[in-house]
Design a protein around this ligand. Structure first.
Ligand SMILES: [Zn+2]
Ligand SMILES: [Zn+2]
Length: 274
């Protein structure tokens, strides 16, 4: 089975392996498309983001292997945050570094000009921040998160939207709202914005294999809405090590097939029929 690995982190950010190690490993797993997407530098460095002074080296190394490696297609990508005031515009990377594609993600929800809430860390830290910064109002956080996702899709035009509902990972431990009308309305609004965009939505398996979630990102409801409305999808493991490069790929593919999906899409209309 040919596979795509389009969301992979390297040791330029919080990934554990080098670009070369990931390439060698991908070749042994029948990966046809390998896209590197280290976390793009931020205006204020985070422990998980690439340092700005390293980006030229990151781009040069990937371009070098892209030219010499013939057994798989290599792409130069970034997972860029959308966090107004903390992140660079996506066009900054496109124009200055000629990036092949951008996965746009929200990891930090903007609460005010000076306050952001990190949604992707430990539950304990998350719970503490929701209580101290939002008085425990999970619904408010979910609304702000999707508002930021919507704004990113409209204004930044990512090629791919990363783990689009990752806010669920920690939020659902505080409030079980997945089947509530207010939540479905939020999802439906994002679907209608996606429908008018050219964005691909990634189906991210990381929550499952890290045992932080019982479902894929997007969850069942949002995934079925994406398929009903013809939003293009791709599968992504969001690997931070070589072992994770195709984790849960086959299971995810089976789920998508059963839901009626016919193809996995990647940039420039490269696709796999499933
Ligand atoms: Zn991410
Ligand atoms: Zn990632």
């Amino acid at each position: 089975m040919e596979k795509f690995a389009i969301h992979t982190h390297t040791n330029f950010c919080d990934g554990k392996n080098s670009i070369l190690e990931l390439i060698e490993d991908a070749k042994s797993r029948n990966i046809k498309e390998l896209g590197f997407t280290s976390h793009a530098p931020l205006i204020h460095d985070q422990y998980w983001s690439m340092r700005y002074e390293n980006i030229n080296q990151y781009c040069d190394q990937i371009r070098y292997f892209q030219n010499i490696e013939k057994s798989l297609n290599i792409s130069l990508g970034l997972e860029a945050d959308y966090a107004p005031g903390l992140s660079y515009s996506f066009n900054h990377w496109r124009v200055l570094y000629d990036i092949d594609y951008i996965i746009g993600s929200v990891h930090m929800v903007k609460l005010s000009d000076s306050e952001f809430l990190f949604i992707d860390g430990s539950f304990e830290e998350f719970e503490k921040n929701v209580n101290s910064l939002l008085g425990g109002d999970v619904q408010a956080l979910v609304k702000l998160y999707f508002g930021q996702i919507n704004e990113m899709i409209i204004n930044q035009k990512p090629d791919i939207v990363g783990h689009i509902d990752k806010v669920l990972m920690n939020s659902l431990k505080l409030l079980n709202f997945r089947n509530e009308m207010w939540y479905k309305k939020i999802v439906d609004e994002t679907i209608s914005i996606l429908k008018k965009s050219d964005c691909i939505v990634e189906v991210n398996t990381r929550g499952i294999y890290k045992k932080k979630s019982d479902f894929l990102f997007p969850d069942d409801y949002m995934l079925s809405q994406c398929i009903s409305f013809g939003i293009p999808l791709c599968i992504a493991s969001d690997a931070h090590t070589v072992e994770e490069i195709d984790m849960e790929y086959s299971n995810c593919l089976e789920i998508l097939k059963e839901m009626g999906l016919k193809k996995i899409k990647f940039i420039k209309d490269r696709m796999l029929l499933i």
